[in-house]
Each structure stands twice: as C-alpha cells, then as structure tokens.
Design a protein around this ligand. Sequence first.
Ligand code: SF4
Ligand code: SF4
Length: 87
Amino acid sequence: MTKYHILAAAFYAILTAENFPMLLLHRKELVMAYVIGEECIQCGACEAECPEGAISEVDGLFVIDPAKCQDCGSCEAVCPTGAAHPA
Ligand code: SF4
Ligand code: SF4
C-alpha cells in the first residue's frame, strides 16, 4: 500500500463520517412514516391531534405531509377507524 492509498483511505473515512448524519436526514425525508388510508371518514380528529401540523385537509381528503411527520403515532391513537397508520 502506497502513501497515496493511505491518504485516499483516510480522506474517504473522513468524508463518510461527516456525511453519515446527512445520509440519515435525507433518508428520514424520503420515508413516509404515517399515511391515511381509505378507511378515513374525514372526522378531523388526527389533524387536531398532530403536534407537527403535518395533517391537513385537501379537497375533502386528509393527508399527511411526510416532510413534517415525526412518526409519533398520535394520529393513529385518536383515529376511530384505523385509517391513520404507519406506512
Ligand atoms: S405520526 Fe405524529 S407527527 Fe406524524 S402525522 Fe401522525 S400525529 Fe402527526
Ligand atoms: S382521525 Fe382517522 S378517520 Fe378521522 S380524519 Fe384522521 S384519518 Fe380520517
């Protein structure tokens, strides 16, 4: 192994360590934690309960913004029909 290989390996290790938290953040943004299914009866209980303001009514249907959802489960706990659940 040459000095070049050692330096390249060290550089890669530093880059990977620094980027690891960002990779997790990006993954969180891409994963939809909770969704609302077709069992929804539009009662609005979940919207009032969500601490992140992630749930809103759009054209008569309740939807969850995956960028705001923090996976707390409060919507699932208050939903009377089981429509709000983990994706
Ligand atoms: S899991 Fe929590 S943060 Fe996500 S939509 Fe339901 S109540 Fe809001
Ligand atoms: S609590 Fe359940 S039934 Fe009520 S609006 Fe939310 S998802 Fe629909």
